[in-house]
Design a protein around this ligand. Structure first.
Ligand SMILES: Nc1ncnc2c1ncn2[C@@H]1O[C@H](COP(=O)(O)OP(=O)(O)OP(=O)(O)O)[C@@H](O)[C@H]1O
Length: 267
């Protein structure tokens, strides 16, 4: 069973499994084994980061969980049901924010609602609340090209929240923004996770980002992609950027780095 550190840093057990993978494999046409025999369980309120060298199968794994790519071996379940197609209770965010260029911030945030039903006054209020939560007050009626890269990612985060998804999948969402914006976006993500916890799987190349945000960090090994190591992040919540200066934080970062180096050396 996975564990999540509480405010005092001690681990408390997760009840239930939101995302469960057993023996998952993915062989692409042409015989590339992108993923092989991968097991992973994520609790309903757990934040799990996945790190690993380029090409080790992280994005493929997320796409399988999202129901966008079928696995060729093993089984994937979300809330106890086998994944065969995209589900409404699974939200995904990509490295590029994928906003519709001809829609305003507000309309982009309302999209997940609009594809299923008429937008109500409550929906509108909720979308405005989320935009304000992500410091986008005054930009509700701007189009994506009128926003900075960081602002676009915040709109995408607000849209992810608007889905109400109980499983959130984020594929290196802050990889394309500058370091300072990235730190601010990390804080936004921390805030929403600590207010409305969901099962979150987050891909990143940044060890510090993974330690700051996660309850657990999964290190993937390449060719074929599988879980090589797991590090439980025993830091209290709420988290703050100042924790990065603590010995415990640095020890955890080192543990992850060592895990990654072992994979690289083993190639
Ligand atoms: N559609 C596809 N057809 C064939 N091979 C693919 C396909 N998509 C991915 N692959 C291969 O599967 C492996 C894993 O790719 P994936 O994109 O999942 O890696 P990644 O860990 O997310 O990489 P990065 O960190 O660079 O984004 C790679 O060897 C890649 O070339």
């Amino acid at each position: 069973m996975s564990t999540k550190p509480d405010r005092n840093g001690s681990a408390r057990p997760h009840t239930g499994v939101a995302v469960g993978l057993r023996g998952v494999g993915k062989r692409f046409d042409g015989g590339v084994d992108a993923i092989k025999d991968l097991d992973l369980s994520v609790g309903p309120e757990e934040f799990v980061s996945i790190v690993g060298s380029s090409g080790c199968g992280k994005s493929t794994l997320l796409r399988i969980i999202a129901g966008l790519t079928p696995c060729t071996g093993g089984s994937v379940e979300v809330h106890g049901k086998t994944v065969t197609a995209p589900r409404r209770d699974v939200g995904m965010m990509f490295q590029r924010p994928a906003l519709l260029a001809w829609k305003t911030s507000l309309e982009n945030v309302l999209l997940p609602v609009r594809v299923h039903r008429r937008v109500s006054d409550d929906d509108l209020r909720e979308a405005m609340r989320l935009l304000a939560l992500f410091n986008l007050e005054g930009f509700e009626h701007h189009f994506p090209e009128q926003l900075s890269g960081g602002m676009r990612q915040r709109v995408a985060l607000a849209r992810l929240m608007m889905t109400g998804a109980r499983v959130r999948l984020l594929d290196e969402p802050f990889g394309a923004v500058d370091e300072l914006t990235r730190e601010l976006l990390n804080l936004e993500l921390l805030k929403i996770h600590e207010r409305t916890a969901s099962a979150t799987i987050f891909i990143t190349h940044s060890i510090a980002e993974a330690v700051l945000l996660s309850d657990r960090i999964v290190v993937m090994a390449p060719r074929p992609g599988t879980v090589a190591a797991e590090v439980t992040v025993s830091l209290p919540r709420p988290r703050s950027p100042e924790m990065a200066y603590t010995t415990r934080f640095q020890e955890l970062a080192r543990e992850v780095r060592d895990g990654l180096h072992l994979q690289t050396e083993g190639r």
